[in-house]
Write a protein that binds this ligand. Structure first.
Ligand code: HEM
Length: 514
């Protein structure tokens, strides 16, 4: 790189011959000025043209602007004898910001929950996210196209899709992250780590697009499907060759599973179910091959694995939260489903569904805790670099008060989450269903309530930047726009709170008195 003195740069300060210094790097903007999204006037300002515009630049752009190849090529040299101060994050690196990582990854802190295998999983997963998934997430979030095959296949090779289903028999014989963790060693903390690393892409819908439907749609098959059915469909799904989703909610009923109207009736020869009805808000459904469907049957409620076949139709739903997640409206019109595709007992679907909810809600809590922390990181960076009334925003007490709340919420959710995860690691599936439905419901209710408060506070701090989909506040805009989804999915906050209290009511001794 050529070296220049600040005096030399100062000579290039007019239209047609325009240089600026940003963090000791010299950029030639003589041609770029014509296409600069912020316009020409700002670049010709006497305090910018030929000058050091570092502070002005970082008050208006994200660092990533300078790192993009089409902009980094504008750099023609550096200032002699000076060293850049603002470093680009290295792939795989831990955040250096206070509270930028959960305590177990923070220098000087300790945790009883994580061992070396969790640290190895964290390292591999973060590298995958930073080197491969992040870029795809940003691109797909804006163009709405499907997740790239390279991402899906790389995750399949590393067995990430299988690991996202939690510990269990489905991991037997698999080489997880090329041996970073043994299948019998894999526990819910490993899964928590994988989920939380994925969240770092900062795109809620993309996180779901990477087979979020499988995370909730496949467990009923694994836990309640016949061996024949599992052998036929599971390997292709874990290899990301086929896709599955969970189809429960309907235009008529969401959290109220008892109010579902999709029906399954046995054919005369008793070999098939005939399914009729509609499902709504089904994540991934638009590109799915299999649907785990809740149906009304003669004696109650039954869960079936419906394959994409004649009579199955999916139409994408345009949601506020994502174009990439494949959220769809599904219609079943006299669909023939072999009775061998019944999951669990006929009329015993409630058990199938209820046992699924704990894991689904817990996964949401993992992602909520980590995305709140991402917001904390964005806010800490922004309030330190943005100067108003002559000093950084973070020097304002009112801003610090908001940050205090955000950090406390992120820490509280993570800590409670780890406590519940520890319980999950030490309970059988049955014990989890019996003991943890209430606590997980409360945790999810609290996580999403806090997430919404954090979203609101972050919008106040970022101001107008938090309502534009590009530029400095783009992650805050995304977070604020998509946060309502987490508060509904897997059970709305009020429903979950009520569920937890009702579970507790069953255990209040009749003899208890004040
Ligand atoms: C290498 C130098 C620069 C590059 C590559 C660049 C690039 C960009 C890009 C891509 C945007 C669109 C918004 C975004 O993605 O963040 C933008 C907006 C803007 N830029 Fe620059 N820029 C440069 C230097 C500067 C400088 C030195 C100033 C000084 C005033 C400036 C002022 C602005 C303004 C005012 C906006 C509009 C911001 C907004 O909408 O809030 N830019 N620039």
């Amino acid at each position: 790189m050529k070296q220049f003195s600040r005096q030399e740069v100062a000579n290039h300060n007019k239209r047609g011959d325009l240089w600026v210094i940003i963090d000791t790097k010299v950029y030639n903007l003589s041609k770029f000025i014509a296409i600069h999204p912020g316009g020409a006037a700002v670049l010709l300002d006497a305090e910018v043209a030929g000058q050091d515009a570092t502070e002005t630049f970082f008050g208006l752009h994200r660092h990533e602007v300078l790192l993009k190849p089409n902009y980094s090529r504008l750099q023609i040299g550096i200032i002699e004898g000076e060293e850049e101060q603002i470093k680009a994050p290295q792939p795989g690196a831990l955040s250096k910001l206070p509270y930028g990582e959960p305590p177990w990854l923070t220098e000087g802190f300790h945790s009883p929950y994580y061992n070396d295998s969790h640290r190895r999983v964290r390292e591999v997963m973060r590298l995958l996210v930073d080197n491969l998934i992040y870029e795809d997430a940003q691109a797909r979030e804006s163009d709405g196209k499907p997740v790239s095959r390279l991402v899906l296949e790389t995750l399949a090779e590393q067995e990430v899709h299988a690991m996202r289903l939690g510990p269990g028999k489905h991991l037997q014989g698999k080489k997880l992250f090329n041996g970073a963790v043994a299948p019998e060693e894999f526990d819910y903390f490993h899964e928590l780590v994988i989920t939380q690393e994925l969240v770092r892409v900062g795109s809620r819908g993309y996180g779901d697009a990477i087979m979020g439907g499988m995370v909730i749609g496949l467990p009923p098959v694994l836990n309640f499907g016949s061996e024949e059915l599992k052998a036929r469909i599971v390997p292709d799904i874990l290899a990301a060759k086929k896709f599955i989703c969970l189809a429960i909610s309907e235009p008529f009923a969401g959290s109220d599973v008892g109010g579902l109207r999709t029906t399954a009736e046995l054919s005369e020869d008793k070999k098939f179910w005939i399914v009729n009805g509609t499902k709504k808000w089904i994540t991934n459904a638009h590109f799915c091959d299999y649907f785990t469907v809740g149906c009304r049957t003669d004696g109650g409620f039954t869960v079936l694995l419906v394959e994409r076949s004649e009579g199955v139709e999916t139409k994408p739903i345009k949601t506020a939260y994502s174009a990439v997640s494949g959220t769809a409206y599904v219609t079943f019109d006299n669909v023939k489903v072999p009775v061998g595709n019944t999951l669990g007992e006929v009329d015993g679907g409630l058990i199938v569904m209820l046992s699924n909810f704990n894991h689904e809600r817990w996964v949401l809590c993992c992602s909520s805790a980590r995305s709140q922390r991402l917001v904390v990181e964005e806010v800490l960076k922004w309030t330190s670099q943005r100067k108003v009334f002559g000093k950084p925003l973070i020097e304002q007490a009112v801003v610090r008060a908001k940050i205090a709340q955000m950090i406390s919420r992120a820490e509280a959710v993570q800590t409670w989450l780890e406590h519940i995860t520890y319980q999950m690691c030490h309970m059988t599936y049955k014990q989890m269903s019996a003991n943890l439905a209430g606590p997980i419901s409360f945790l999810k209710m609290m996580s999403t309530q806090m997430a919404q408060e954090t979203a609101r506070d972050a919008v106040q701090i970022f101001g107008g930047r938090a309502i534009t989909q590009s530029g400095l506040g783009r992650f805050i805009e995304h977070y604020h726009r998509t946060i309502a989804f987490d508060a509904l999915l897997g059970g709305a906050e009020d429903v979950l709170g009520d569920l937890g209290v009702r579970q507790a009511m069953r255990h209040i001794p009749e003899t208890a008195r004040l």
